[in-house]
Design a protein around this ligand. Structure first.
Ligand code: 1GP
Length: 228
């Protein structure tokens, strides 16, 4: 897959999020790649080291499917053998390091492969998730506030991907629907708590792309049912 093709995620519907901190067998990886999921995202918040990220990327090398690295910190950016680097900016935090600080450090201190890099505007909505706690996100938002953040990402920042992140918890379909209706150009990713065919279907109605993570490790057969 060429990273130069224009915004291929606009035609995706399902992304599989792999956690470098968790074990997955080669047989399972092959089944994931053959399942019809559109891309693999290498991402995690807790205990992520460059070694673990490197080990997972190495395992994925053999598979012909779009691969995205979503780095948690600049140290864990290993850009060989991935097609895209999706860099989160957390909009609903007052801790600037998650909006500009780590990004500035990365650009300043590393050789960034710009042709692979795209920004994601994260709106973090599950207060109990590791990502919410790490980034000290203000998750208690009204629906108009969430919609305003999404429009801000699209209209002010021109960010191509808005990511509603409920990591570990099934979110509110009404919020996803409202954000989906508010965006005119950005692609809406939804992630969090998708663990059945029904929940996958419901969120797919409102988001352009659903992202499925934990259920891969909790119940692999149910994971397979989330694929359209
Ligand atoms: C996590 O949005 C993803 O970053 C997916 O969430 O692990 O709850 O499926 P789950």
């Amino acid at each position: 897959m060429s990273a130069t093709s224009v915004s291929p995620w606009t035609s995706w519907t399902h992304v599989t999020k792999l956690d470098p901190d968790k074990r997955i067998s080669d047989v399972q990886l092959k089944r994931i790649v053959d399942s019809g999921t559109d891309a693999l995202m290498i991402s995690g918040t807790q205990n992520i080291t460059d070694r673990k990220v490197g080990r997972l990327i190495e395992k994925l090398k053999a598979f012909d499917i779009p691969k995205i690295l979503e780095p948690a910190t600049p140290e864990a950016v290993l850009d060989d053998y991935v097609d895209f680097i999706f860099v989160p900016m957390v909009l609903n935090t007052s801790d600037l390091q998650w909006i500009v600080g780590k990004h500035k450090d990365w650009i300043q201190n590393y050789a960034v492969k710009w042709d692979k890099v795209y920004a994601e505007a994260y709106i973090v909505l599950n207060s109990e998730s590791a990502v919410a706690q790490l980034t000290r996100a203000s998750t208690q938002l009204s629906l108009p506030e969430v919609v305003a953040y999404a429009k801000y990402a699209e209209k002010f920042l021109g960010i191509p991907i808005v990511y509603l992140e409920y990591s570990g918890k099934y979110g509110d379909p009404a919020v996803v629907k409202a954000v989906g209706e508010a965006l005119t150009q950005g692609t809406l990713f939804y992630g969090g708590g998708i663990s059945t065919h029904e929940t996958a279907l419901e969120m797919s109605r409102y988001a352009d792309v659903i992202v499925v993570g934990n259920i891969i490790y909790d119940n692999f057969e149910l994971y397979l049912e989330t694929i359209p």
